[in-house]
Ligand binder design. Structure first.
Ligand SMILES: Cc1ncc(COP(=O)(O)O)c(C=O)c1O
Length: 397
């Protein structure tokens, strides 16, 4: 048994939940779907989550970092199974490796376009790209003032068969309100951009702009493909108002830990660093061997653990340590050593509840999970035939 299997805390990811949410996103949008698996699939495990997306029939997988796109191909996710798009192209990205592995990449500035043209000349074949536009975000992407030179450069490269435009795309900076002004300006820019290329007889591929908020709130921005991230992992909206139950999605991740010790404290005694909590009556403190090194945010206020066995919450007491935290079990504990407590998962404690109490957002919490905490997968059967790729990768781990 590998040593981490004895770790007292674990992440459990429900692959059927990711599949369900992805199917729901497709149904809701009526468009193609790109499964966003960047940042280790928002902490859910890159390859396993990618397979869950594939089992829902997504057309694309997407990663920010090229190394994650490469890992997907090396894990056996072949071009026959899906297209992959990667978008954080920097001066040291090995574009040839991406082309060899049939990974589409984003071109969002003239430097990457020029490198692509040179690579195409060297390889003697066209390269599949998605042209990135930018407006009011300040990240990579061609801006409206680039319109004339970029249309000229892309038309020239397309005519010379150096590139094939598989998509025109962007990302909204302010998509948490329906029809905010910057979003609609970006959409107008994208439509003009596409029209100008089409006018030159150039195939522009898929137009894709929508993230989760846009999918939920502004269906008119769905176009040919959508890229909802947090929606597909079953998170609530950042403000926590649109909870998964309202959205019809299912949270895919839970964080659980086993109770490892029960200790009495007397009135006046403090618990944990700095004694920020002092008992005002006799009680029993439960020790949970999990802490901020595992990814539970240290500055969470009013934190609670939940037991499915007793259907009760247990308040966290004192400062959260690097690898331990403490809960109040009351005078006569109804839990015993080894009982499992949930720190987040499906209702009643969502990741966003913890994130808000820690003064941040769910994506920040899940992408800061500790490297040593093991991830277990539930409902692997939901992958169907793709479970074979899952099995091979879990043997290799
Ligand atoms: C380019 C791109 N598309 C889609 C997404 C998904 O965003 P969200 O999780 O808000 O739906 C992200 C995440 O930030 C992204 O960077």
């Amino acid at each position: 048994m590998n040593s981490r299997a004895r770790y007292p805390g674990r992440i459990v990811v429900d692959l059927a939940a990711i599949k369900h949410n992805a199917l729901k996103a497709r149904e809701l949008s009526g468009a193609k779907l790109l499964g966003v698996v960047k940042a280790n699939a928002y902490g859910h495990g890159l390859v396993e989550s990618a397979l869950a997306f594939l089992s829902a029939g997504v057309e694309y997988l997407g990663t920010a970092q090229p190394f994650e796109a490469i890992r997907l191909r090396k894990a056996g996710i072949t071009p026959e199974l899906t297209k992959i798009l990667t978008w954080l192209i920097s001066t040291n990205t090995d574009l040839e490796q991406l082309v060899d592995l049939d990974i589409d990449y984003s071109v969002g500035n003239f430097e990457v376009l020029a490198r692509t043209q040179r690579l195409s000349d060297y390889l003697g074949r066209p390269i599949d790209i998605h042209v990135k536009l930018d407006l009011a975000f300040g990240r990579d992407g061609f801006r409206p003032e680039d319109l004339e030179p970029v249309i000229e450069a892309l038309s020239d490269a397309a005519r010379k068969s150096q590139i094939r435009i598989k998509g025109i795309w962007s990302h909204f900076a302010l998509a948490d309100e329906p029809l905010d002004e910057d979003s609609s300006k970006l959409v107008d820019f994208a439509l003009v951009f596409r029209e100008r290329l089409r006018f030159q007889g150039i195939d522009t591929g898929l137009l894709h702009l929508a993230n989760s908020y846009s999918l939920i709130l502004s269906p008119e921005y769905n176009f040919d493909m959508v890229r909802p991230g947090f929606y597909c992992y079953g998170f609530a909206s950042d403000d926590n108002l649109l909870r998964p139950e309202v959205l019809g999605t299912v949270p895919a991740m839970r964080l659980e830990v086993e109770l490892s010790n029960i200790k009495p404290v007397l009135p006046g005694e403090g618990v944990s660093y700095g004694h920020l909590w002092i008992a005002d009556q006799p009680t029993k403190i439960g020790v949970l061997p999990i802490g901020y090194a595992d990814g539970y945010p240290r500055l969470t206020k009013m934190a609670k653990a939940y037991s499915r066995k007793t259907s009760k919450f247990y308040p966290v007491r004192g400062t959260i340590c690097m690898d331990q935290m403490f809960i109040d079990l009351g005078k006569t504990p109804d839990l015993k050593l080894g009982d499992v407590l949930e720190l987040w998962g499906k209702e009643p404690i969502l990741i966003s509840d913890v994130a808000i109490q820690a003064g941040t957002i769910h994506c920040d919490v899940v992408t800061n999970l500790g490297k040593s905490i093991p991830i277990y997968y539930e409902n692997v059967d939901a992958l169907g035939d793709l479970a074979k790729i899952y099995e091979i990768n879990s043997w290799l781990e």
